[in-house]
Design a protein around this ligand. Structure first.
Ligand code: FEO
Length: 392
């Protein structure tokens, strides 16, 4: 396996995970990459590593350029094991290597994961020279863990951004050239919705720092290296971090005997009557990490569940738990569902959405057994009527 040249003396030596389909609960239908970068200088340096099981792939790529025991420093921008997992193998092959990591969280985190090692903790604003190159460190807490930092190489105007500006996308291409842009930016958006979005406030702070840097290339830790579309990915991040909502709705549900689905469609019709575009997602078919991309951007959400054994359907509970963790804000919601006798699920869904600090725009919709035409008409009218009151 070969290294890929970014510039003279700078190489991609990461790994491609073609078969990744789940990244801590995020469905990764297009796989991912773990990007590591090799810098050839007076002091040879590696920026980030890969997941532990991909260590041999990374080492093979490094050795296509230089023997691995020539590496003196590893810059670890992030402790999460998809980027630090191969550090122990690097130390085994090269016990004198020193790991540059953020102070204090990176230093503490690496030791908690892997035990004692030679580290050089770096504070935000500090820099480190490898000879002809100087690396500047900026800590970016919570983008995506408390320890995160980005590394800027001023001489080459390259930002090694770790999780920021990345996407889970395994391709034959290492650069942002020659790829279908709609797929590429969908994966950027999906990554943001599922990984970065809860920390949008911190991202807005990072974007202010990015604005002060002269950047000709962004080399993240997942997906493609931004070379042609640097301005576009920065603009996209600014847009997403603003958390602006559109007049759209998402209707998410599970259904047992299609009654809750009928209500879902009537609710969708109610939205459409008010000119609000709406998407429907049956949770038996759609993974929550795909749905959340639309939820992130939409002003309205309706969540429905039939009652099963006195509670909501497990798929709905799974979706709500996932959504709760992503702390989506400023949405208006309605809970709905069909039931046989107890009907507890609808109030449980309603309470769950209320606990997420979303705003109920219509009272919950509960229908016993099958909704008839008259009931469905009243659902449409109720939604349209409630929206009439809330639309500005
Ligand atoms: Fe790609 Fe937060 O690790």
């Amino acid at each position: 396996m070969q290294a890929v040249k970014l510039r003279d003396n700078i190489y991609w030596v990461g790994a491609i995970d073609w078969n990744l389909r789940n990244f801590h609960g995020y469905e990764t239908g297009r796989g991912s990459t773990y990007n590591a970068y090799l810098i050839i200088d007076e002091h040879i340096t590696l920026i980030d590593t890969v997941k532990a099981e991909f260590a041999s792939e990374m080492i093979e790529r490094i050795e296509s350029v230089v023997p691995v025991d020539k590496i003196e420093y590893i810059i670890s921008n992030h402790v999460e094991p998809d980027h630090s997992g191969a550090i122990p193998e690097m130390i085994k092959l090269n016990p004198d290597v020193t790991v540059l990591t953020s102070f204090p969280s990176g230093d503490k985190g690496l030791r908690m994961y892997y035990g004692d090692m030679n580290t050089k903790p770096m504070r935000s604003g500090e820099s480190f020279s490898t000879g002809r190159y100087t690396f500047n460190f900026v800590t970016t807490p919570m983008v995506h863990w408390p320890d995160n930092m980005v590394t800027y190489l001023a001489e080459e105007k390259i930002l090694f951004s770790n999780d920021a500006f990345g996407e889970h996308y395994a391709t034959l291409e290492r650069f942002d050239t020659g790829l279908d842009e709609s797929i590429l930016f969908y994966e950027v958006e999906k990554y943001y919705a599922n990984i970065v979005q809860p920390y949008s406030q911190q991202v807005r702070g990072v974007m202010k720092i990015v604005d002060t840097l002269d950047i000709s290339m962004i080399a993240p830790s997942h997906g493609v290296i931004w070379r042609d579309k640097v301005d576009k990915i920065i603009a996209k991040y600014k847009e997403m971090s603003e958390e602006t909502l559109t007049d759209r709705a998402v209707v998410v549900y599970d259904t047992m005997w299609k009654s809750t689905e009928k209500i879902a469609k009537a609710i969708a019709d109610g939205f459409e009557r008010k000119g609000i575009k709406v998407k429907l997602f049956d949770l038996k078919i759609n993974h929550e990490s795909n749905i959340i991309v639309d939820v992130m951007k939409s002003k309205y959400i309706a969540v429905g569940s039939p009652t099963l054994n006195n509670t909501m359907m497990p798929n709905v509970a799974k979706f709500l738990t996932y959504m709760q963790g992503l702390t989506l804000k400023n949405k208006k919601y309605v809970a709905f569902g069909s039931y046989g006798w107890g009907g507890q699920s609808i109030a449980l869904v309603d309470r769950c959405l209320e606990e997420m600090k979303l705003t109920r725009f219509a009272d919950m919709i509960r229908v016993q057994y099958r909704p008839d035409k008259e009931t469905l008409d009243s659902v449409r009218e109720k939604i349209a009527g409630a929206l009439g009151d809330t639309l500005i």
